[in-house]
Design a protein around this ligand. Structure first.
Ligand code: HEC
Length: 521
């Protein structure tokens, strides 16, 4: 008898009530848009999130990983600077996943779910001007990381400008990151010739002094496109050299990674360069970079621009002791410009992060960085146990402090150039999440204001940011109006809407969300 009662109670508590989001109506859209890109067969994510059954199996881990903002992986803090094409969930999306899991992870009506995405091996640069692939390489099984450089001759007879660069990993499970260089000296080809296997081993750089870094790739990274009118100079007769990081693996595997380039038509482009403008030798202010055992130590560098400069992207780089990497600029008038803040540096997730608009730095602007290293036992990536002295060098067990900037000569007005203006990553098949967390609680954001309130035909919304998606949600949780705004004030026509209580949501680039309650009478 007692057993029966418990069973009945259990049935009641796990039954989805009206307030629980469902897979089909709410969660599938989030997962297909933000997770399946990596979590599918052959993707870098190790397990699939392509169906209700997959997600149900992983539900608790999904809740925890999204609440901790560990997934989707996106190292730069969007609150410090919101980047182009950033991979972040809104707080609402995180809350919906949690509410779904905590409510028993119901499927709901499966016919409402969007069709799962199809991942063809389609290139992001569909008809590249240059497509070069490295020879098939058998990655030996090894207990150590393997950093291998491959030379891709591209037979380019004259100087050209690269406007798009795509890395297509041959083996998505094994290619952990790729640095792309150009080498016009022939040095890399000579090193390659000395090694009988395809490629040659080299950590840090590619072992050729004059080779120039032109791109970086990490799992999930998209192709890199330069802002309109700008290009990376590809020197005549240069080789493309890729350094591929294969993590330790118990099986031997095959890889053949490809590079696709889009070139500008012959003619003038503003030349972009990718340089380590803040670094651990030339402009470190508290060097040398030596980190004592059992300490958390901080290092800085600074550089004042001798000319007006425009930066379009940033790529911070350190090794296994790196804990936090932050860069900012101070303009001659004292204005502070946040650039990037990686709160939890993770050697495995590196990227070249593009700004939504290029950032113009007048002559005399100082760029600063602060890098925190954790050389204690608490750092799970510490290569030494017990910790040892670690200093500047090329090996994984050495350290580095580099902030690469994609930059060009700066012109007034560069900040008007649009790289990415959308507040949130486009959803799979434009699916929408029906569920809104917290509508019933009437959480009123302090900074967004609506007047008059109550309103009749029109009301004026004053926002705390320049661009936002606005959604007006009725008492049933349906979005009755969706608008994209530029500017901080918008006048909305509510004359055709049913009278009642609504929640107005403003979603800003970077995922910040504000809400206000409004009554139409
Ligand atoms: C850019 C690719 C990428 C995206 C996008 C991504 N993941 Fe992952 N995910 C990974 C990789 C790679 C791992 C393995 C991490 C590791 O080995 O450290 C992982 C691991 C995980 C894990 C296991 C974490 C653990 O505790 O070990 C979970 C759960 C997860 N992802 C959920 C998600 C969810 C949910 C989303 C979408 C909201 C998502 N991921 C989006 C690449 C991705």
């Amino acid at each position: 008898m007692k057993k029966l009662v418990t069973a009945a109670l259990l049935a009641i508590t796990i039954q989805a009530d009206a307030q629980t989001p469902t897979w089909s109506d709410d969660v599938a859209c989030i997962v297909f848009s933000h997770c399946a890109t990596c979590h599918h067969d052959g993707g870098p994510g190790h397990f699939n999130l392509m169906s209700y059954a997959d997600a149900y199996w992983w539900r608790n881990e999904m809740r925890d990983a999204t609440q901790a903002r560990f997934m989707p992986p996106w190292p730069p803090d969007p609150g410090y600077r919101s980047m182009a094409h950033e991979r972040v969930l809104t707080q609402d999306e995180i809350d919906i996943i949690a509410a779904w899991v905590d409510g028993g992870a119901p499927e709901g009506n499966s016919s409402n779910a969007p069709a799962p995405p199809v991942f063809e091996t389609e290139w992001e640069i569909p008809a590249p001007d240059v497509s070069a692939i490295m020879p098939d390489y058998v990655i030996p099984s090894s207990t150590a990381d393997n950093y291998r450089c491959f030379v891709l001759p591209i037979n380019n007879p004259s100087d050209r400008y690269i406007t798009g660069l795509e890395v297509v990993p041959g083996n998505t499970e094994m290619v952990h990151h790729v640095l792309v260089f150009q080498d016009a000296t022939g040095g890399a080809a000579a090193l390659d010739a000395q090694d009988i296997e395809p490629g040659y081993e080299s950590f840090g750089g590619i072992g050729v002094d004059d080779a120039k870094l032109i791109g970086v790739w990490a799992p999930g990274a998209s192709a890199y496109f330069t802002p309109p009118g700008m290009g990376i100079k590809l020197l005549a007769n240069a080789d493309i050299v890729i350094q591929v990081h294969y993590p330790a693996s118990s099986t031997s595997e095959l890889d053949s990674t490809r590079i696709n380039l889009r070139l500008a038509p012959p003619g003038f482009q503003r030349e972009l360069a990718l340089d380590p403008i803040l670094d651990h030798v030339v402009n470190i202010t508290d060097g040398p970079l030596i980190i004592a055992p059992n300490v958390v130590d901080t290092f800085h560098a600074e550089y004042t621009t001798p000319i007006p400069a425009t930066i379009t992207a940033v790529a911070p780089h350190s090794h296994l002791l790196g804990k936090r990497m932050r860069a900012w600029a101070v303009k001659p008038g004292g204005e502070v410009v946040p650039i990037v803040d990686i709160l939890r540096w993770d050697f495995r997730w590196q990227g070249l992060y593009s700004f939504r608009h290029p950032i113009f730095l007048p002559q005399g602007t100082t760029l600063y960085c602060e890098t925190i290293y954790d050389n204690t036992e608490d750092n799970p990536f510490n290569p030494n146990s017990p910790p040892e002295y670690v200093w500047l060098g090329e090996a994984t067990t050495n350290e580095m402090m580099l902030y690469y900037f994609m930059w060009t000569y700066g012109l007034q007005g560069d900040e008007e150039i649009v790289v990415d203006d959308s507040p949130h990553m486009a959803h799979h098949l434009d699916c929408e999440v029906d569920f809104t967390i917290g509508v019933d609680e009437g959480t009123v954001a302090p900074r967004m204001s609506v007047a008059p309130n109550p309103a009749r035909d029109r009301f004026l919304v004053t926002l705390s940011g320049e661009r936002a998606w606005l959604r007006l949600i009725d008492a049933q949780g349906r979005a009755t109006m969706v608008r994209y705004t530029a500017g901080t004030r918008i006048d909305l026509d509510a004359s055709s809407l049913a009278r009642g209580v609504y929640t107005l949501e403003a979603l800003y680039p970077g995922g910040a969300l504000e809400r206000a309650r409004i009554v139409l009478e």
